[in-house]
Ligand binder design. Structure first.
Ligand SMILES: Cc1cc2nc3c(=O)[nH]c(=O)nc-3n(C[C@H](O)[C@H](O)[C@H](O)COP(=O)(O)O)c2cc1C
Length: 235
């Protein structure tokens, strides 16, 4: 008689579907989480996330690096007295220096965030409160480490951020097509540095235009917002 055993490290059934539809479904569920349990990212879950990150690198030319069981970058006193607790895993967002590096990191990094959420993980983008020098992967000459994304099994699922209203970021949203409204709603759920939401979205004929008010991390924010808009508009 065959006895089916379940590997406790296996990603729950259905979760390994990391299609755009599945990523879009994570948008309302994702919130920043800064405190993690000791549970390791391993087995099928780690393998599925690694495959997803590899695919993003192939498509974007970035060098996003999944680092697991590497607490070093979050272990200094400064970091420990901050908001983060027990960060042992992260994605180091690395790429060749060029004008649109920050925006591409935002776009592809956020797709990894939503994939991680689909795999039952929690996350938080981190621009400042980690130790750059202790990141576990080398940054080659001509490359830049833009930021990291903390990952793990959260002690909570986080909570929704305070948000601007659709009309504040997209003045023409009333009377616009449904797909555009859905895109704007998904963009408002995007993580942005210090929740600044310094972006504007407009529709010019059939073309969607994105603008950023400028400032720290707003280019990364804009890439994240574009990823959310695209997934939201597609649903
Ligand atoms: C580019 C970027 C950098 C961020 N850097 C930090 C950081 O250094 N420390 C931190 O605690 N949160 C950081 N965050 C998380 C934001 O504070 C968070 O996304 C925002 O408050 C919205 O909340 P939500 O992600 O729960 O929707 C960062 C977010 C982004 C997009």
């Amino acid at each position: 008689m065959d006895i089916e055993t379940t590997d406790p490290t296996e990603a729950p059934k259905g979760m390994s579907d990391l299609s755009d539809e599945r990523l879009a479904a994570q948008i309302p569920l994702r919130h920043s989480v800064r405190s993690f349990t000791d549970r390791r990212i391993e087995g099928q879950t780690r393998a599925a996330l690694q495959r997803f990150v590899d695919e993003c690198n192939e498509r974007s030319g970035l060098s996003l690096a999944l680092c697991t069981d590497e607490p070093g970058a979050f272990s200094s006193l400064l970091v420990r007295y901050g908001l983060f607790r027990n960060v042992r895993n992260y994605i180091a967002c690395i790429g060749a220096q060029d004008q649109d590096l920050q925006e591409r990191v935002g776009y592809w990094g956020e797709r990894c965030v939503l994939a991680a959420q689909a795999l039952g993980l929690n996350s938080c983008w981190v621009g400042l409160t980690y130790s750059k020098k202790k990141v576990a992967v080398p940054v080659s000459a001509g490359q830049e480490l833009v930021c990291v994304i903390a990952l793990g099994y959260g002690t909570t699922a986080g909570k929704p951020h305070k948000s601007k209203r659709a009309l504040q970021v997209a003045p023409g949203v009333e009377g616009s097509p449904d797909w555009f409204r859905r895109g704007v709603e998904a963009a408002l759920l995007a993580p942005t540095a210090v929740n600044q939401q310094k972006f504007a979205i407009s529709l010019d004929g059939d073309e969607v235009r994105f603008q950023s008010e400028g400032g720290a991390y707003t280019k990364v924010d804009l890439g994240i917002v574009k990823a959310h808009f695209e997934l939201g508009a597609m649903r």
